[in-house]
Each structure stands twice: as structure tokens, then as C-alpha cells.
Design a binder for this molecule. Sequence first.
Ligand code: ADP
Ligand code: MG
Length: 238
Amino acid sequence: MLAVEGLVKMFGGFSAISNVSFRVGKGEILGLIGPNGSGKSTTFNCIAGLYVPTRGRISFEGHDITGKPANAICHAGIGRTFQIPRPFHKLTVLENVALAAWFGQNRTVNREQCWRQAAEALELVGLPTTPETTTEGMGAAALKKLELARALASQPKLLLADESLNGLDPSEMNQAADMLEMIRRERGITIVWVEHIMGVLMRVVDRVVVLDHGEVIYDGDPHGAQSNSAVIEVYLGR
Ligand code: ADP
Ligand code: MG
């Protein structure tokens, strides 16, 4: 479904990612892991069209999407969540998600469909669908769910989820992992899940790609990663 080949992103003279290649199969949950600063978000930003890659090629469903703008990539069917949720606090929860449905599908749906898709996305993540609910007083876990609902409202085929566990307690982390698994099961959405910690993620991913200093150091099954010496060195050796 997605192929990333020889991706390089430089900021001035600094390579944030220097050679990243991996593939994502339809229906897969892929874990993209690596310590802080290893290039996970930069990789996401290149795929989602926030950054233009310095070199390399990204294709989605057989089409070259390298360097295309974020709106075009969203309309092609790639949705993403951001590491730090930034909803519009002046809008209600339902309006935030309906807006994502509207712009995320290039306004090809009518208003009624937007409200319905927004309510469906909120239901899926377990947030209230009542029109009067505001973002006021929402905790970290609820804001993550809202972020996820906004991404889902654009009806993606591929979901890029960035650091969904940041700021959550252990039981909320497990719920977040279960939720991504449920989204794949219920909606058939392919998922790339970025995380800097390994634990909870390993339970639900089919495969992991491990980044270190902007390069892929492991691509394979999750169990193999936990016994791979290069991966252990990155996680425990420093
Ligand atoms: P991760 O998400 O794995 O923590 P990032 O992709 O955010 O890592 O960052 C990878 C490296 O690139 C880091 O050293 C970071 O400081 C650098 N970097 C990321 N974005 C920028 C930017 N916009 N300008 C300069 N350096 C950046
Ligand atoms: Mg990051």
C-alpha cells in the first residue's frame, strides 16, 4: 500500500533522516519505533506532505506522492494524528471532527454526511457525540481520542498515528493500543504507529521498523526485534 524508498531529509547541513526505506502492506499495523530524535516524526511529515523530502520516493497505492502537498495526500487517503493534539478550542468536539470530515474529503461530501461521519468517528473512539460538548477540561487521553477522531473523519485508508501514548498512564496506554487494533478490525484501516517506547505497541503490531539516527536498523517481526542486538543496544545501551 505504501512504499518509502531511500528517503532523505536534510535541514541545512543536518540529515534528520539519511536513508529510510520500508513498505506497508494493506491491512497491516506497522510499528515505527526508535528513540527520541531518531527521525520518526520527520518520516511521517515527509509521507504526509508537511516536508518535501530532499531525496527518495514515496508511493501510495502505486502512485508517486513524493513532495505532494498535505491536502492532496490527505485527499488521496492518508490520515494522520499529531504528537501534540491542537484542536480548535472555540469549536465544540463535534464541530472539530465535522470540520476534519469536510476538508479531509475535499468538500466532496455534503454537510449532513460530515455531521454523520463526525459522530461515527467520535463513537468509534468513545467520545460523546452530543453537539454541546466542548474541549474544555479534556485530559490527555481524551485529547488523543479527539485527535484520532479528526484523522478518522477524513475516511483514510492509511492512518499515520504519531506517539499516541505520550502523556498517558499505563492503563490508558493499553486502551490506546486496543483502540488502534479495533480501528483496523472495524474499519479495515491500515496503520503505521509511531512510538518511542516498545512495550505496549509490541502486543498489537504485525511488524516493526526500528529507526536510529535517521536509518532503519531493523525491519521484521516484533519478537525478533526484542532479541536483536542492534535494537537492544539502541534501547538499553545508552
Ligand atoms: P523523532 O520523532 O524520532 O523523535 P524527529 O523526526 O522529530 O525525531 O527528529 C529527528 C532529528 O531531526 C532530530 O535531531 C531533530 O532535532 C531534527 N529535526 C526535526 N525537525 C527539524 C526541523 N524542522 N529543523 C531542524 N531539525 C529538525
Ligand atoms: Mg516525534
